[in-house]
Design a protein around this ligand. Structure first.
Ligand SMILES: [Ca+2]
Length: 463
């Protein structure tokens, strides 16, 4: 800039000196020589001016070049600066975004921290509560311990020997009481047994009076010796519910009986006005699954006070000497009831517990669902023991439960228990409890009870 100012000043000075010369030449037109001299005379000056101008041009060029270079530098710097500004803008934008995100995160963390604080506070409260509880518990425990200790110490201190003596005495007393109770029990059992025998004999006497047959004389003949024998024989339990009835029992319920050559077992006795029935099956609410296998039907299952199957073994042990009657009671869903009585025999395991119903003239319609099929013996079947009379079918598997099946279609009181209303599909309904000749093949009955008693009961029932 300084050089530019200096050159401009120089140019101005030169021009200023030139003006008077040209004016001088113009005004002095009279003398040509003088003018030529004047014209050539300042050559040096012209030279100097030209030189100056050249220098000036050179200087200007240099200056322009320098300025250009400077401009380039400046613009490059500006570009860099712009870029930097741009980048900084972007960066600041990014930083702003990041800042927002961070702020968001910070807010989230703050929230969480708040939640955590709440939870922590809750936990602390709970822990404190638990600690309090534990404290009270341990206090109680220690109080109890103290009490027990004091009691023990007291007892020890005061009367350890007395207590021991009293204990021994008590034990001796208990033993004596037990002995007495046992003796009383034995006496009572003897009395009971005698009572049973007397009642049995009384009923036999009554029968022989009513039916003066060949058997009556035998009964009368053995009467006294029977009683005498009974007096000295050890206690025997009733062999069935009818014997209990004869011994004076009047209330239905669970009793222990002991058929001949059998271990005692419990049964439900249905005591009626004319005798004691031993219940062998009861269906009433579907509470017991009757879809059981052979072994279960042999041993029995269910609850004597609810639904049950007494078991083929036990039934056989009661009726093995014959002369029994099967009494079946049913009810439908209108609570209509009916009953069937069939004199029968039951074979043992070797006959697959074959039932044989005694033929008494012709069977009634009601009796026809079991009677006619069983006159020559009908074995018991379960899904794992097909002893039925239908060759191509396993009735127990086809239907349900175990029964004295003949051709699958006449009766099954151990079928599936269906509540009312029963299923609509016949293939389901036919698995139910049914007695074809009463309510039909596809009517699942509401209840059934099967019970047995000596045929004697039937005589008194009819008379
Ligand atoms: Ca079969």
């Amino acid at each position: 800039m300084k050089t530019l100012a200096a050159l401009t000043l120089c140019l101005v000075v030169l021009m200023a000196t030139g003006f008077p010369f040209e004016r001088k030449g113009g005004s002095a037109s009279g003398g040509a020589a003088k003018e030529r001299r004047v014209q050539y005379a300042p050559w040096d000056e012209v030279n100097v001016i030209a030189h100056g101008l050249l220098q000036l041009g050179q200087g200007l060029k240099e200056h322009v070049d320098k300025t250009k270079a400077q401009m380039r530098d400046i613009s490059a710097t500006l570009k860099v600066f712009n870029r930097t500004v741009n980048e900084m803008g972007k960066e600041s934008q990014r930083l702003r975004v990041e800042g927002e995100a961070l702020k968001g995160r910070a807010r989230g963390l703050e929230d969480r921290e708040g939640q955590l604080l709440n939870v922590t506070a809750e936990l602390r409260e709970k822990a404190e509560e638990m600690q309090r509880e534990r404290k009270t518990m341990s206090e109680r425990m220690s109080r109890l311990e103290e009490r027990v200790n004091s009691m023990l110490q007291g007892a020890d201190a005061r009367n350890s020997s007395d207590a021991r003596n009293i204990q021994l005495m008590l034990e001796a007393q208990n033993r004596r009481i037990d002995d007495l109770m046992e003796r009383i029990g034995l006496q009572q059992e003897k009395l009971d047994k005698q009572n049973v025998r007397i009642r049995t004999l009384q009923s036999q006497i009554q029968q022989s009076r009513q039916r003066p047959s060949s058997r009556s004389s035998n009964t009368n003949g053995s009467e006294h010796s029977g009683v005498a024998e009974q007096r000295d024989s050890p206690f025997e339990m009733a062999s069935d519910c009818h014997e209990l009835f004869l011994s004076g029992e009047t209330t239905s319920g669970v009793y222990t009986i002991q058929p001949r050559n059998t271990k005692p077992f419990n049964v439900f006795c249905e005591i009626t006005a004319d005798g004691g029935w031993t219940v062998i099956q009861r269906r009433q609410d579907g509470s017991v699954d009757f879809d059981q296998l052979w072994q279960a039907y042999e041993k029995g299952f269910g609850s004597l006070n609810g639904e049950f199957w007494l078991g083929l073994e036990k039934i056989h042990s009661i009726v093995k000497d014959g002369g029994y009657i099967l009494n079946i009671k049913f009810s439908d869903w209108e609570d209509d009831t009916t009953s069937v009585r069939l004199p029968f025999q039951l074979g043992g395991e070797e006959t697959k517990y074959s039932i044989q119903v005694q033929e008494a003239g012709t069977f009634s319609t009601l009796e026809s669902s079991l009677g006619p099929d069983a006159t020559s013996g009908l074995s018991f079947s379960t899904s794992d023991q097909d002893n039925d009379q239908k060759n191509d079918t396993n009735c127990a598997k086809h239907l349900s439960g175990g029964w004295w099946f003949s051709n699958c279609g006449h009766s099954n009181l151990n079928g599936r228990y269906f509540q009312c209303p029963p299923p609509k599909q016949r293939h389901q309904r036919k698995q139910g409890i049914f007695w074809k000749s009463w309510r039909g093949r596809y009517y699942p009955l509401k209840s059934s009870v099967m019970m047995i008693a000596p045929a004697v009961i039937e005589t008194s029932h009819k008379e």
